[in-house]
Design a protein around this ligand. Structure first.
Ligand code: ADP
Length: 566
């Protein structure tokens, strides 16, 4: 229901030039207002959405009621060369078995000699003789080329040259890949949600290895295929255009009698392991959230491969599938941002309440609104710009529900008696120097918040009920991130061990181990060769009610591992 109907201030979004129109549409539909820099003050917004990266100062200046749609420093996985380097490092640290989801790649020109050796080794193997070259910092299929003879290798900017997956799974002869939408709620601790809807993107001409230069047969980018001659024709089974919703793809798999559960599990593993490579280098920033687009190619043996990770995945609405998927996606992202009515009282409303209740402006300096207080934690918060190899536990720890519920209840109550009319009047008539100075000082003081202050109300303070979470669940369990928010499914952490590992300096080793354990447990469960009861206990059946990402009505992981009947 619109905030205004309750006499409350509407939330305000700010879009940077080039930000997707669908974000505007969805937010307006939800009753938000668009930021107007002529009328509003610099910080008078709740959500700032940019397609490009934010500046360091944007992170430093952030206020309690504000959210940004990017975490800092996610370039570690979204640039092709960085991703290649990071995955290689993880492979050598944790073994090739866990990280064999990314095709072998070399960064040229620096790694030319290594590439030459791999090329020569695979020259005669039919499956491995094809390579794909991609400029490291371009997207949408720009500058991509295929080759099976090193004589054809030419490039004028750094590229990665990657083994071409030459045996893709085809639908009626057409190549496709999956665009999976992933939301990283936090990098520390690592909290990953995967959206159940997504897109299947088709090439628009039939696949063959004879014409390597036919981009309409080998590349699945919409930005390319929408210019193909066959884009509008009704292609066998694929239909018109070049996109399906993930839901349609699931029905397709189902009708083919494919057991998709293990496939989804493997895709979820790819997402987690890839983000695990970046997590230690991304500073903690509780006000931020990152939407990433993972491109996954499935080969003829149903093995999923990671092609790349997209920063600011395209949100344009080119066809009906886009509308279905992207509108739902944005709505669910906003839900994940966990706004509350109280966030409408930014700036003046917030200030005025404190100005009314105190006689002198400087009082504000000593009073941080209690709604933004968390129970004291022993260590100081890590400032976003300082990333140490060793991380300290910090203020986005998850307080026990008892403490937070009571403090929240007690503290948010008085704020809601500031009516929207009051506030509006205040905006129009009260903009004297005293208030502006006070505002500046509040901003300043919120930048130097003591360790007890959390900038963003924790997601776990929300009265969000997971579909299967009984009301009387022990309070400790409720600190666990909700297992589902709209169509976003929590895929990491998925049990107690991974939850602990993601908080304790990101123990990658035990995360990799848990993932491997779970996957082999699922595999043996599907093959009817179930492992011993002893093995099946532990990692899955704990306080978590983790869902298996993928199917529209996802089963619990524990059910898939045959634990239900025990
Ligand atoms: P871009 O950022 O330019 O979209 P991608 O890495 O996503 O670059 O590649 C574009 C397309 O090329 C993919 O959607 C896929 O169809 C194809 N492609 C990329 N890498 C491979 C690969 N290793 N094997 C097979 N096809 C690939």
């Amino acid at each position: 229901m619109a905030a205004r109907e309750h006499g409350l201030a509407p939330l305000v979004f700010r879009l940077h030039g080039g930000a997707p129109q669908v974000v505007r549409e969805v937010l307006l539909e939800r009753g938000w207002e668009e930021y107007d820099e002529q009328k509003q003050e610099e910080g008078d917004w709740n959500l700032y959405w940019k397609t490009s990266a934010f500046r360091n100062s944007d992170y430093e200046d952030i206020l309690p009621w504000q959210r940004l749609n990017h975490h800092p420093k996610t370039i570690h996985i979204t640039r092709k060369d960085c991703l290649t380097r990071h995955l290689r490092r993880m492979k050598s640290a944790h073994g090739a078995a866990a990280f064999d989801f990314s095709p072998a790649a070399f960064i040229l020109p620096n790694e030319y000699i290594k590439f030459l050796a791999a090329y020569t080794r695979n020259r005669t193997a039919e499956k491995h003789r094809y390579w794909i070259g991609k400029p490291v910092d371009l997207s949408r299929g720009r500058g991509i080329f295929l080759l099976d003879n090193i004589k054809d290798l030419t490039y004028d900017s750094p590229v990665i040259i990657q083994r071409y997956i030459s045996n893709p799974l085809l639908i009626s002869g057409y190549k496709f890949d999956l665009r999976i939408y992933v939301c990283v709620k936090s990098f520390y601790p690592l909290i990953i949600y995967m959206h159940q809807e997504g897109l299947v993107r088709f090439a628009t001409e039939k696949y063959n290895l004879v014409s390597l230069d036919n981009v309409y047969a080998h590349l699945t980018n919409t930005s390319i295929n929408k210019f193909g001659l066959c884009y509008t024709t009704d292609k066998e089974r694929v239909g018109r255009g070049c996109k399906w919703t993930m839901n349609k793809f699931r029905s397709f798999l189902h009708n083919q009698g494919v057991n998709e559960l293990l496939l989804w599990r493997k895709i979820s593993n790819i997402v987690t392991l890839t983000l695990l490579t970046a997590a230690p280098s991304v500073p903690s920033c509780p006000n931020c959230l990152e939407l990433l687009g993972f491109d996954i190619l499935i080969d003829a043996s149903f093995k999923p491969w990671l092609l790349e990770v997209n920063y600011s995945p395209a949100l344009s609405l080119d066809c009906p599938a886009d509308v279905t998927v992207k509108k739902g996606l944005i709505n669910d992202i906003i839900d994940l941002m966990n706004y509350r009515m109280i966030d409408g009282f930014r700036q003046k409303g917030y200030l005025r309440r404190y100005m009314r209740s105190c006689t002198r402006c400087h009082y504000i300096l000593t009073k941080i609104p209690p709604a933004f207080l968390l129970p004291k934690t022993p260590s100081a918060p890590r400032r976003w710009g300082k990333v140490g190899a060793k991380r300290k536990k910090e203020n986005i720890t998850f307080p026990s529900i008892k403490t937070t519920t009571s403090s929240r209840h007690k503290q948010t109550q008085p704020m809601s008696d500031v009516s929207h009319n009051d506030e509006k009047r205040n905006v129009e008539v009260e903009s004297d120097d005293c208030e502006l100075t006070a505002l500046r000082r509040v901003r300043q003081s919120s930048r130097n918040l003591p360790s007890t202050v959390c900038k963003l109300p924790s997601l776990y303070l929300q009265n969000h009920k997971s579909p299967t979470a009984p009301d009387n669940r022990p309070s400790q369990d409720r600190c666990i991130p909700p297992s589902r928010v709209g169509d976003f499914i929590l895929t990491f952490p998925f049990n107690e061990v991974t939850w602990k590992a993601s908080r304790d300096d990101m123990d990658a080793k035990s995360v990799v181990h848990e993932i491997q354990k779970l996957t082999s447990r699922l595999a043996s469960s599907f093959s009817g060769n179930e492992s011993s009861n002893m093995d099946k206990r532990g990692a899955i059946r704990d306080k978590f009610e983790a869902f298996l990402w993928g199917p529209k009505n996802p089963p619990l992981l524990s059910e898939c591992c045959g634990l239900k009947s025990q």
